[in-house]
Design a binder for this molecule. Sequence first.
Ligand code: SF4
Length: 383
Amino acid sequence: MATFVPLLTSEQIARLPARAREVVEYRKSGLSLNHIQGCPLDCAYCIRHTYGLWDQRQPRALMTDAQVVAELVNHRYFQPDVTPVQLFNRATGPFLPAVRPHTFAVLEDLDARGLHNHVLVITRHQMKTEDAVRLNGLRNLKVTLLFTYSGIDNKKIEPYPSEVAAQSLKIMSAAVGRRYRTVLYWRPLVPGLNDSPEHLDRAYELSQRADATVFTGLFYRNEIADYYRANNLPEPYDETARRKIVPETLERRVLSTFAGSDSLFRKTSCAVSYAHGEPDYNGHYGVRELCDICPLSQLDLCLAAHRIPTPDRIHEVASTLSDASGLVVVDITEGAAVVSGLSEEQPRYYLQHALGFQVHDVRHPHHDRRHGRAEIGWKAETT
Ligand code: SF4
């Protein structure tokens, strides 16, 4: 029988950190839905460190599944069939035993509304063939399962073994007649920890089972660095960053290990889009250096969808948002529209998905050849 997580009272919710109370928020890859928070898996690099929820190990709900779906579809940023949705990617594991029924309830509710949005479900937990059967009952949503796999064997950093995710990926990829897609979400790659030739070879072997693979580095934020220091964990870098860190030499070694692959991507949205036979919904095509590892058929798809918006078009799309009234279009290149005047990141992500084109904030410039990544590990002359 399915178990469910306890529902918090309004008094308990009022005591949560402000960020934790935002159950639907726009993150880079889509609207993120997090009405259940808490996880017992204890990955040292967990994003929960960054908003005061690290100590919450037991998953608990801030509202019911029906309420959160209503909040999502009525959200000012939600566009039916367009906005990518990420389910429980910030605060819990979607296939933890107590969370699993909620994951299915949300997916089935959204699907029953006839929505065709992408839904990304990131997991490292055990999955079973009956999960494949239930997911195959979804008729409309474009579901992608992303299996977080690092190969890290230091139990202090990742107590829950990566091997479970590897097995789940194999089981879910092997299911007959599946409608969902599988992605090997190879992360976090950390020099000296999980980048030996054996680690890279093992990831390559695993990637053969997935529809696509994306590799990425570590979010090494201040709160996570503090936790590493307090627990005497080996510090991977001597500075922190607001973006994920993938040093240049590590990227080169990954690409060389995957030289025979035609389904390796640097961006999650590229891997997901490719797996569904669609152009990248984050509009990365104009950032040419991202596409040098992409199969030709996918390049064609993205090229055909690539539309550079005019300033008028950007303002027209922004005019529907109350929090984008100060928007200024600073520059438009083949790769991105550079804007200013937005006080936060969420409307920028909305514009990006509405336009299918990259929208960058002038305060956070993207540099040649390391699009969207931290500067750590890249030579100064590449800027
Ligand atoms: S062609 Fe470029 S933008 Fe499109 S999926 Fe490939 S890497 Fe991403």
